[in-house]
Design a protein around this ligand. Structure first.
Ligand code: UDP
Length: 471
């Protein structure tokens, strides 16, 4: 009955799970395929609004922290990662075996970044594997070259002169300074997440073992034309933007259950009414994604900037961010804006009242803003967000970056945030230019995702090539 049975594994983070689910739905709509999405029990339970489609299943395994992992001095992220790997590998092995025994073997494993153990398991059973890269192609290029002779060059240049160095890499039509490079790569700037670097390396080394491996990238041709071709060794196929189709073509699929993205917190959607009451392009939306915790000090700087600027704002402050020690001027904030613990971000961004997105530049947030034509105040924190901010500000020119490298404690001050807001929301030449570029990219994103367009064609090519069973 099914031509393909995909096993799709993502890390327990919405930044991987949302695009994975949108991708699964696109596969199912295109051909007789069944997709099993695997993540941890904790994440599985937290996302309460998972789509319910007959050809889509969700399975979960315990990573040993079913109430969520909180690092301690004796139990840090690297200990967690090895446990996650051990339990995940065991789970995948049993799942692959039991599906085969029941007469419906998986025909392909799709895996998100930072899970090199997953394809290792699949290969033992001769199941073809393909990586679903959930960051821009540019970031994959940077990783590739870093692990192919450019590690010392990148580190030496950026360490010597972080602000004005100019790192150039083959095939990329722009140069990078220290603040544009994924943070894990800068060895002279240690962080608690440095343990992920060998995992990234392993995943690039594994791809090296294949001849011209296909990597599915959540981007589109017009957005990253050169970056998609910067590594000869890879066959990068753009299959993005992975956004609910209702926000790309304004249509809901007849079989669609309306999944807009995972809800991590249950909230009332009274913010929609609030947005409805605002003028066109007048609202500033502030969110730092599903994971990063904004410090109290940084929240206060943001609050000052918002109050001083006077634009109405919708601000996501998640439940797990420390509410008890919150801003002394909360009352004043509530008069001018609305604060929520969560929202349906794609719906917010596509609301006619949206004028600007103050974002941490997670790749999903960046793409969601781009697809809705909303210019950004780029406020990157770490990882690929640094490169995404560079693309937003300097390459696509759809936002203003506020710089957190300047202050010693990494805090962006209110004045700097105000500067960004005033440019993006203002009537000056720069603001006009940003809005025009954002509108243009919105059109190109929709073009990429239209019926019979590049996204669909690329997926069909992938489906034809992927084969229909173990090799
Ligand atoms: N998101 C949401 N509501 C919120 C905050 C975030 O739906 O209030 C979604 C957002 O639409 C995006 C995802 O959470 O799809 C965050 O992914 P991103 O890559 O931007 O950042 P991460 O959470 O991985 O840092």
């Amino acid at each position: 009955m099914f031509r393909h049975r995909f096993l799709l594994i993502a890390n327990p983070a919405l930044g991987q799970i949302n695009p994975a689910i949108h991708f699964a739905k696109r596969l199912i709509n295109l051909c007789p395929a069944h997709v099993t999405v695997v993540t941890t029990l904790y994440m599985h339970r937290r996302i309460t609004n998972k789509p319910t489609l007959p050809s889509l299943s969700f399975l979960a395994f315990s990573d040993g922290y079913d109430d969520g992992f909180i690092p301690t001095p004796d139990n840090d992220y690297s200990t967690y990662a090895s446990q996650f790997k051990r339990r995940g590998s065991e789970f995948l092995t049993n799942l692959i075996l039991s599906n085969a025994q029941q007469g419906h073997p998986f025909t392909c494993l799709l895996y998100a970044p930072l899970l090199p153990w997953a394809p290792e398991v699949a290969r033992e059973f001769h199941i073809p594997t393909t990586m679903l890269w959930t960051q821009p192609a540019t970031v994959l290029d940077i990783f590739y070259y870093y692990f192919h002779g450019y590690r010392d060059y990148i580190n030496e240049k950026t360490k010597e002169d972080p602000n004005s160095c100019s790192v150039t890499l083959p095939g990329l039509p722009f140069s990078l300074s220290a603040r544009d490079i994924p943070s894990f790569l800068l060895l002279w700037k240690p962080s608690v997440f440095d343990f992920v670097l060998p995992t990234f390396e392993k995943q690039i080394q594994d791809l090296d073992l294949e001849a011209n491996p296909t990597v599915l990238v959540n981007t589109f041709e017009a957005l990253e034309t050169e970056a998609l071709r910067a590594v000869d060794k890879f066959n990068m196929i753009p299959i993005g933007p992975l956004i609910p189709s209702a926000f790309l073509d304004g249509k809901n699929d007849p079989d669609d259950d309306g999944y807009m993205g995972g809800d991590l917190f249950q909230v009332s959607n009274d913010y929609v009414e609030w947005l409805d009451s605002k003028k066109e392009k007048s609202v500033v939306y502030v969110s730092f994604g599903s994971y990063f915790e904004v410090s109290k000090k940084q929240r206060e700087e943001i609050a000052h900037a918002l109050l001083d600027c006077g634009f109405p704002f919708l601000w996501v402050i998640r439940e797990n961010e420390k509410q008890e020690e919150d801003m002394s001027f909360r009352e004043e904030l509530e008069k001018k804006g609305k604060m929520v613990k969560w929202c349906s971000q794609v719906e917010v961004l596509s609301h006619r009242s949206l004028g600007c997105f103050v974002t941490h530049c997670g790749w999903n947030s960046s793409l969601e803003s781009l697809v809705s034509g909303v210019p950004m105040v780029a406020f990157p924190q770490w990882s690929d967000q640094k490169t995404n901010a560079k693309l937003i500000e300097e390459v696509w020119k759809i936002g203003v970056r506020v710089d957190n490298e300047v202050s010693e404690d990494g805090i962006v001050e209110a004045e700097e945030i105000k500067r960004g807001l005033q440019v993006v929301m203002g009537n000056g030449e720069k603001g006009e230019e940003l809005r025009m570029n954002a509108e243009k990219l919105k059109g190109l994103a929709r073009e990429a995702a239209k019926e019979g367009g590049p996204l669909e064609r690329n997926l069909k090519t992938f489906l034809d090539d992927v084969g229909t069973g173990p090799t």
